[in-house]
Design a protein around this ligand. Structure first.
Ligand code: GCU
Length: 649
């Protein structure tokens, strides 16, 4: 095949020709794809299984209902897409052992998030910004490239309910600026058509200055009539070429990207101007809230990057058009292994919102180290914002339950590429899979998702191997946090590429990312007597983060500056906690390796070899983190480890 089947590891090379199938809806390419799956997978259903596929207009378009009675399998969908999702869910239920043919089975699911998207940070030269799994599946040599794997990609996405994908990097540079021009659009259309047959809409990131770069105008001022007209014409062209085009994703006035600020305009002016252009075609504008001052002076302690998203966007709540969605990173900084939830969730009440997470493991091991991210995402989704008494969790806000918005949802910066196993690390596939599953159904637990992933991807390896891999995945999140940055501090990474430890790597830089460790204290005071960041939260959260005593310990150093001698709830000092967790992190990686080795003979050699190699890299990385972090703090505090373990001087 040339590439890994990831979790859709089923079917014979030659699909079964005869299938007892009754179709009670209009034929369509999407339906054909659903049928193709059933034909592939008949082995897990009884020989004389009879399938019925039917549209049920009472269900929402993407919803499905499964009903199994004896050997009859009914899949109802709100549309052909719902049926496709239903078929994938039926196969999953059979493969994960939830469906027993002898027992009746029913399941109804309606996706919680309207949009469940991947954001690819792919460049047109084929490279991927923060890509850790090879090259782009969409671009090569400055051209759109319909890679032979695109159908497999779409199928994997659809199998977990992903319904949107942004093909190109939010940093739109070079040739990518011209992706919205006719010279590339026809090729983009061929991808859009292929993906449409799996219920996936495509979106493009655009350069806010495109009227100048592509259109030769002298300005990109969103209030200039010529600029507005230029975008309207551009939208007409795009939708004429690709009628089911989703819309634009925009990174503006951030990290050097152009935006409305240059013209004294607001983010709302910029977003609404684009929204007006795509509105006649049902398009949406996804506008990112990742906006901050990236030219900070580290000496200046009055500026706090964590405040920036809220400070920039809160005053604009209610000013965005109905087809604008604000895309908000899960935390106020940038995808660190531990951050508080962005206070924009709960703060914004009159604006469509989308939660942005990062499946690409930029700061969480770069798909060399194993780090299962679903537990982190789940914590964000379950965070009570205090915007209301009930139904105020982040998951309620992005699904529209709290404030009634009808568009919004969740997106993940993608972790895929041309590597044989798609994701660099075989277990990083669980993050792609898990993103789809949890955005479809935020009620699922990380444990359920990990178990399902392992059953689907490693079902043939037997119970013991599956148990080992599930344990490894579930362990990996806390292990990674332990050997990297403690107590919510973040950023102790190598500048620029962000893999590996560098305790002061970002300390004197311009990015606003400081831990300010001295010989006696560490952390940033972000309460009302510090930078005031904690006051951006509502009600009980504001009160909780105000004081050291009530701040959750895992975020202690994010919100407060404390002496190393500060005692945590279990009686340990902060310094001892740092030492302990860094020793434990390495020990846990060693345990994961031992567990993996114990099931070596059960896993196909190719996959085992890839996994084993990654864990060797992880161990080297963890040891380096442990020794550098512990040595650093030992040197500046001169306080030894209470347990007398080896720390270098
Ligand atoms: C991070 C990342 C960048 C990216 C940016 C973004 O800072 O390192 O590569 O462009 O996030 O989300 O826009």
């Amino acid at each position: 095949m040339g590439y890994d089947q990831a979790w859709l590891r089923y079917g014979k090379d030659k699909p079964k020709e005869k299938l007892s199938l009754e179709i009670k809806c209009k034929k369509s390419p999407i339906l054909e794809n659903a049928i193709e799956e059933l034909k592939k997978d008949v082995r897990i259903f009884p020989e004389n299984a009879a399938f019925t596929l039917k549209v049920d207009s009472e269900l929402p378009k993407e919803g499905y209902r499964l009903q199994v009675v004896k050997e009859s399998f009914f899949v109802y969908g709100g549309s052909d897409v719902g049926i496709l999702y239903g078929v994938f869910a039926l196969i999953r239920a059979a493969r994960t052992g939830k469906l027993h043919v002898s027992e009746a089975f029913e399941e109804t699911k309606i996706p919680a998030c309207p949009l469940r998207m991947l954001n690819h940070w792919d460049n047109m030269d084929g490279s991927i910004e923060r890509g850790y799994a090879g090259n782009s599946l969409f671009f090569k040599d400055e051209k759109v490239h319909d890679h032979k794997r695109l159908k497999a990609y779409a199928r994997l996405c659809a199998s977990v309910g992903i319904n949107g994908t942004v093909l190109n990097n939010v940093n739109v540079r070079g040739e990518a600026t011209y992706l919205i021009d006719l010279k590339h659009l026809l090729k983009v259309k061929s991808i859009a058509d292929l993906f449409a047959d799996y219920g996936i809409k495509i979106f493009l990131s655009v350069n806010f200055a495109a009227p100048m770069t592509n259109g030769g105008l002298e300005t990109a001022d969103p209030l200039d009539p010529k600029v507005r007209k230029w975008w309207r014409k551009k939208a007409e062209l795009i939708y004429k070429t690709i009628p089911n085009f989703g819309g634009f994703l925009v990174k503006a006035d951030s990290e050097g990207r152009p935006g409305p600020f240059s013209y004294g305009r607001t983010h709302a002016d910029g977003a609404n101007m684009l929204a007006e252009a795509v509105a006649p075609f049902g398009g949406v504008i996804i506008w990112r809230c990742f906006v901050y001052n990236c030219q900070q002076d580290w000496r200046d302690q009055t500026v706090d990057r964590a405040r920036a998203g809220y400070d920039n966007f809160m005053p604009l709540d209610g000013q965005f058009s109905d087809n604008v969605i604000l895309q908000i990173k899960n935390g106020p900084m940038d995808f660190q292994v531990r951050e508080p939830v962005s206070p924009l969730f709960g703060g914004l009440t009159k604006t469509n919102q989308m939660l942005e997470v990062q499946a690409a493991q930029e700061y969480t091991g770069q798909q060399k180290d194993c780090c299962y991210l679903v537990p982190i995402w789940k914590q964000v989704l379950e965070f009570k914002t205090c915007a209301k008494e009930t139904d105020d969790k982040v998951k309620d806000i992005i699904t529209g339950k709290t404030f009634g918005q009808t568009i919004g949802g969740m997106c993940a910066v993608a972790n895929t590429g041309t590597d044989e196993n798609w994701c660099g690390h075989d277990l990083a596939q669980a993050n792609w899979y898990g993103f789809g599953r949890i955005s479809f159904d935020p009620e699922l637990t990380p444990e359920e998702i990990a178990e399902d992933f392992v059953k689907e991807a490693y079902g043939k390896c037997g119970k013991k191997a599956m148990a080992a891999l599930t344990t490894i995945l579930l362990q990996s999140t806390t292990t990674y946090e332990k050997y990297t940055a403690p107590l919510g501090i973040g950023w102790m990474v190598n500048p620029n590429h962000h893999y590996g430890v560098n305790v002061e790597g970002y300390e004197y830089d311009r990015w606003g990312t400081y831990h300010r460790a001295s010989h006696s204290a560490i952390g940033v005071e972000r309460n009302s007597s510090g930078t005031g960041y904690s006051t951006q939260y509502l009600g009980a959260n504001k009160a909780m983060y105000e004081k050291v005593e009530t701040t959750p310990e895992e975020l202690l150093l994010f919100f407060h500056r404390v002496p190393y001698s500060h005692r945590l709830r279990d009686g340990r000092t902060v310094l001892q906690y740092i030492y302990d967790t860094h020793f434990e992190g390495v020990e846990e990686v060693e345990q994961m390796i031992a567990l993996l080795e114990s099931v070596q003979e059960k896993i196909e050699p190719e996959r085992y070899t890839r996994l084993r190699e990654r864990f060797s890299m992880q161990l080297l990385n963890a040891v380096e983190w442990r020794d550098r972090v512990n040595t650093y703090f030992h040197r500046i505090t001169e306080i030894p480890d209470e347990k007398g373990r080896k720390i270098f001087d």
